[in-house]
Design a protein around this ligand. Structure first.
Ligand code: DOR
Ligand code: ZN
Length: 432
């Protein structure tokens, strides 16, 4: 089975390619990336004016299955991923039951095999039931296919547990993905602590709640020699600490989310629960520091922290509303707007969605090298459209980008040589 993608602007940062070429796919693998290719049998996808990239990877999503299928499940979440231009997602373990043993990890992988339309890698828990008391069976989780461990949703409060987790992770050569939040500083907080929290009268979460934990985890990463990855970094101080730790040779990486890169705490003035997220949207100086961190290599990748919620969890008093933003179907247009503003270059943005996460997780993806699995994301840079949550494949309609107009949307998503989405619509043949 052959597929020829013709005439697109091929941007493959892993191979330093940025020019008009054709991509030939044969039996699910990239066969050639050259100009002037033709085929006598098979399918042709015209890509003139489109950006042809390695498949985008989102290393931080919540698929909610098992346990919270009313918010999302593997079928709906992977469709949202494909429609949003992602070919691989890694799902966090804060499900019910928690992914803290081989049985749950295997369940997720099997469901993804049967119902998923993109690649899914489960992330195992650090501690049993994510309670922070006792380490999960990390060897068992790795054997069952978990590519990292995390207690995302909250911090590992006890430093000795975090130390032991890092030690184990090092043995298996997997990263520990750390949600950095000192709970005694953040407890009861509803938004970023600063000028706007005072004006709006909402209890704040100081930047230091994140920074105290980033500092601790850097010390523990240095102590253990393990690979530490900071989830959803959101403050200037945290970025600076990661920058310095990298310079010292600590094995540290970090991710930033589209919402922390585009939005500020001023937005909370409308008490819009769709903008309530943890860590909270910060002030402009923090956003500027994140952009600087993206551009100087301190921040290694962009991840959505896709956190779908049911309407009832958001359609309530601000204080009671759940934290989280449904992010898979707006990430590419959101980042394309930063490219248009000149805040980040197009090629670097593509790096942050491809070789960035692939490197952190040692995935054999993120490149169009001949012989690699043909996962591709094709973007239409000219397409102008408003965010329409009614058309979301995700069950979570909770996004502060609702109705916002963006230019630059996913055009096609190809997984192992098969087209799974076109112009934001899942291909019928892929409905399982
Ligand atoms: O906003 C968030 N939502 N932050 C988290 O850390 C967890 C996530 C969720 O699972 O809903
Ligand atoms: Zn998360």
């Amino acid at each position: 089975m052959k597929l020829l993608i013709k005439g697109g602007q091929v941007i493959d940062p892993a191979n330093d390619i940025n020019e008009i070429r054709d991509v030939l796919i044969e039996d699910g693998l990239v066969k050639a990336v050259e100009a002037g290719l033709s085929i006598s049998d098979g399918e042709i996808l015209e890509a003139q004016g489109k950006l042809v990239c390695p498949g985008f990877i989102d290393m931080h999503v919540h698929l909610r299955e098992p346990g919270f299928e009313y918010k999302e499940d593997i079928a709906s979440g992977t469709r949202a991923a494909a429609a949003g231009g992602f070919t691989t997602v890694c799902c966090m373990p804060n499900t019910s039951p928690v992914i803290d043993n081989a049985a749950v990890a295997s369940f997720v992988r099997e469901r993804a095999q049967r119902a998923g339309v993109v690649n899914v890698h489960p992330i195992g828990a650090i501690s049993k039931n994510q309670e922070g008391k006792e380490l999960a069976e990390i060897a068992e989780l790795v054997a069952a296919g978990c590519i990292a461990i995390s207690d995302d949703g909250k911090s590992v409060e006890k430093s000795n547990i975090m130390r032991n987790a890092l030690d184990y992770a090092r043995m298996f050569d997997i990263p520990v993905l750390s949600h950095c939040e000192e709970p005694s500083l953040s407890r009861g907080g509803l938004m970023h602590e600063g000028f706007y929290s005072t004006i709006y009268g909402l209890k704040g979460i100081p930047a230091e709640a994140e920074e105290v934990m980033v500092a601790r985890d850097i010390l523990l990463a240095r102590l253990t020699g393990a690979r530490l990855h900071i989830c959803h970094i959101s403050t200037a101080g945290a970025v600076e600490m990661v920058r310095q730790a990298k310079a010292e040779g600590v094995l540290i990486t970090c991710e930033a989310t589209p919402h922390h890169l585009l939005l500020t705490d001023e937005l909370l003035g409308s008490y819009n629960t769709d903008a309530k997220v943890n860590p909270p949207l910060r002030s402009q100086e923090h956003v500027d520091a994140l952009i600087e961190g993206l551009n100087d290599g301190t921040i290694d990748c962009i991840a959505t922290d896709h956190a779908p919620h049911h309407l009832e969890s958001k359609d309530c008093e601000f204080e009671l509303a759940a934290n989280g933003i449904s992010g898979l179907e707006t990430a590419i247009p959101a980042l394309m707007s930063l490219v248009a503003e000149g805040r980040i270059s197009l090629t670097h943005m593509i790096e942050l969605f491809t070789i960035g996460p692939a490197g952190i997780l040692s995935l054999d993806r993120g490149t169009l090298s001949p012989g690699s699995v043909a996962d591709l994301t094709i973007i239409d840079p000219e397409m102008v459209k408003s965010v329409d949550t009614k058309k979301f494949y995700s069950r979570g309609k909770n996004t502060p980008f609702k109705e916002r107009e963006f230019k630059g949307w996913p055009h096609a998503t190809i997984v192992a040589g098969r087209q799974v989405a076109l112009k934001g619509t899942i291909m019928q043949g892929e409905m399982k």
